[in-house]
Ligand binder design. Structure first.
Ligand code: C2E
Ligand code: CA
Ligand code: CA
Length: 652
């Protein structure tokens, strides 16, 4: 019993060490109040000392206050020096415990000193002493409110000495003051304890708030699906690493999955998500200290390589990533196989800002996906040449006489079940007087970028329709539209105008659009496409499998046909992944009641495989390259002759 009381008592007079945050906060607030406390004490002490200067010996009215001033000044200096230091909890506790001790010493000595002056003064001066002790004591308690143990120590010391001394002094007025001081001290201690409870509550609330905002910051920089850093984190990390690179080699790599979208469309988002999580895992497994990986969004990932190795080693690292991504993904719902391409750019050789590093890695990726899918590509000097070529194309195109310089070629689309040519796809050909022949894969993107595509499309469509007017009634013209043609209502209206003016039955016209065209502004693109469909034209989804839109979005379109992208047809007979994808896409189109054209058939083996899979409509160099308008009639004639002679490979 006595023991518990004693422990409780000792706890009241000591600094608890169980809450490190509270200790630090106490230290911080208290250190800012120390000057105030010492000022109160010293000013009051000197005021009292002056009062007694003439009557009391110098050692008590001058030397002792000077001593206090020195000691307090030293303490104050110590606190002042520590004001910007964030102490550890242990150091804070030690300092606060010392303060407890110092509070005991200071209040004892000061009170004793003040009472030592008592015999030298008259009644008024003695009252001044009582006043000094009371006021200074209360001031000290208030200043110590963030350290209740020290406040309690000060209160006990002052009151005990004061009450004892003045009760013995036998002056009724002083005894009254003693009781008064005692009561006020108790009240003040209660206020201090309530205040302190609020204070510690505020400290723990602040700690929780900090924890929450740290967690929010972490989440805001994290991709919720894969747990990898997200796009925002990637770019801020890139900026930081770039700033710290200091001339040392730094690489940015951008990874894009090939064939992710069809998987997502065919098997659903759940499988797609599972796949991305696994991709994230495989990528993380290949990372090391200098490599930072993030998911930029969709099926796009990016990485930075600090202190980047030689180009050859970087590419080897990139190929390791591609190899990891080529391994089959065994998911609960399905086993899927795809590939990933990666584009790299390296600072300082071929990029001199973080932005340029990213853009050039992206450019390398884009080029890689076109020519070397599933592998690592490094942005190189030849890419710089290409970019310059694009600039030249831009120059030449913006000054071109489109009507004269641009012509249309036609590539047949054949029904391999009966050998009949069902359509021709119109393909733009440009011979610039400055640059010579420029392939459409180069000048169409430039025309889109510089806002010339609308005009170009109108010229091409007029020419193509004029040619198609001479074809047999059952041969369709398939015409490519670009993003910009369908993303403005003006563009669509102009197209309708040209069709109507041509006099050709809109049923003989198919428009090919890509998924990327739909991505730009789906609602506007759908409105434009609905308008063309309402006119009677067919709508084909071009380059199927390479875009980004989801199958649900495609469902919303009035499609009549899909065109399987050439990339899935190359090596169809040898590559099991392509085989599976083409097979699924053929099944999908038949389920959706859509015709399906397979593009880019170049070899007999590919054709045979396609025939085995039940493919019907085929386009590709094997059957014919794109031909000039005056060759179309000849092509149709010889094809008809071949079919009639039963010699055509289509019926073989
Ligand atoms: P696309 O719409 O996918 O057109 C098919 C491309 O594949 C054509 O390239 C064609 O020549 C080529 N091709 C056809 N069969 C084979 C084959 O067996 N093997 C290989 N390697 N290639 C084959 P082209 O004419 O160079 O056109 C490239 C792209 O330029 C087109 O791709 C299309 O996106 C765009 N383009 C062409 N003409 C026009 C046009 O009039 N308007 C618009 N907006 N874009 C056009
Ligand atoms: Ca096309
Ligand atoms: Ca195509």
């Amino acid at each position: 019993m006595l023991k518990t009381i004693l422990t409780r008592m000792s706890r009241l007079f000591s600094v608890p060490g169980d809450n490190p945050d509270l200790l630090k906060a106490q230290f911080e607030v208290f250190s800012s109040q120390v000057p105030l406390m010492y000022s109160i004490v010293l000013i009051n002490a000197w005021a009292l000392a002056l009062n007694f200067m003439d009557v009391a010996p110098a050692w008590i009215s001058l030397h002792l206050p000077a001593g206090f001033t020195l000691v307090c000044g030293l303490r104050l200096m110590g606190w002042w020096r520590a004001r910007h230091i964030v102490p550890t909890a242990a150091a804070a506790r030690q300092a606060l415990t010392q303060t407890n001790l110092f509070a005991l010493l200071l209040t004892t000595t000061l009170t004793a000193w003040a009472l030592a002056l008592y015999p030298y003064g008259d009644a008024q001066m003695q009252a001044n002493i009582a006043f000094f002790i009371g006021i200074s004591g209360l001031g000290v308690i208030i200043c110590l409110q963030q350290l209740p143990s020290a406040a309690l120590i000060a209160a006990v010391v002052i009151n005990v000495i004061f009450v004892m001394y003045f009760s013995l002094a036998g002056v009724a007025a002083f005894a009254g003051m003693a009781v008064n001081l005692l009561l006020v001290s108790v009240a003040l201690l209660l206020v201090v304890s309530v205040q302190f409870r609020h204070f510690s509550g505020a400290v723990s609330a602040r700690r929780k708030l900090e924890a929450v905002s740290r967690e929010n910051f972490r989440l805001a920089n994290l991709d919720s699906l894969t747990g990898l850093p997200n796009r925002r984190q990637f770019f801020s990390h890139l900026d930081e690493t770039f700033a710290a690179a200091n001339g040392r080699r730094l690489a940015v790599g951008i990874i894009d999955l090939d064939g992710f979208k069809p998987v997502n469309d065919l098997y659903g988002h759940k499988v797609g998500d599972g796949l991305l999580v696994e991709v994230g895992r495989r990528l993380s497994a290949l990372m090391h200290a200098n490599v930072h990986i993030a998911r930029l969004g969709g099926d796009e990932f990016a990485l930075t390589v600090a202190d980047c190795p030689e180009d050859a080693d970087l590419l080897t690292f990139g190929e390791r990533i591609c190899t990891a991504l080529r391994k089959p993904f065994v998911l609960p719902e399905a086993t899927v196989q795809l590939s990933g391409s990666i584009g790299f750019a390296v600072f300082p050789e071929l990029a001199d800002s973080a932005q340029e590093l990213y853009e050039r890695a992206d450019y390398a990726l884009y080029q890689g996906k076109r020519s070397n899918r599933g592998h690592a590509v490094l942005f190189s000097g030849s890419h710089v040449v290409e970019i310059e070529q694009e600039k030249r194309i831009e120059q030449a195109l913006s000054h071109a006489d489109l009507d004269r310089e641009i012509v249309v070629f036609f590539q047949p689309i054949v029904d391999i079940q009966n050998g009949r040519t069902v359509a021709f796809e119109a393909l733009a050909r440009w011979t610039s007087p400055v640059l010579g022949p420029v392939p459409p894969g180069q000048f169409i993107p430039v025309a889109e970028r510089i806002g010339l595509i609308g005009q170009l499309t109108r010229v091409l469509l007029r020419k193509a329709l004029a040619t198609a007017a001479d074809w047999p009634e059952d041969v369709v013209l398939s015409f490519n539209l670009s993003t910009h043609d369908v993303s403005s209502s003006d563009g669509a209206v102009a197209i309708v105008g040209i069709i109507l003016a041509s006099g050709i039955d809109p049923k003989r016209l198919d428009f090919e659009i890509t998924e990327t065209a739909m991505m730009y502004d789906f609602v506007q693109a759908k409105a434009a496409i609905d308008m063309l469909k309402a006119l009677g034209c067919g709508i084909a989804l071009d380059d199927f499998g390479t875009g980004y839109s989801s199958l649900s979005q495609l469902h919303a379109l009035p499609l009549t046909k899909i065109k399987i992208d050439r990339s899935f047809v190359t090596d169809l007979d040898k590559n099991p992944a392509s085989f599976k994808i083409v097979k699924s896409l053929l099944a999908l189109s038949s389920d959706m009641g859509l015709r399906c054209v397979t593009e880019g058939v170049e070899t007999e083996e590919e054709l045979a495989t396609l025939r085995k899979l039940g493919g019907q409509f085929v386009q590709g160099y094997l059957l014919s390259r794109p031909i000039a308008e005056d060759q179309v009639a000849g092509f149709l004639q010889s094809a008809a002759a071949e079919a009639a002679g039963n010699g055509h490979r289509a019926s073989a």
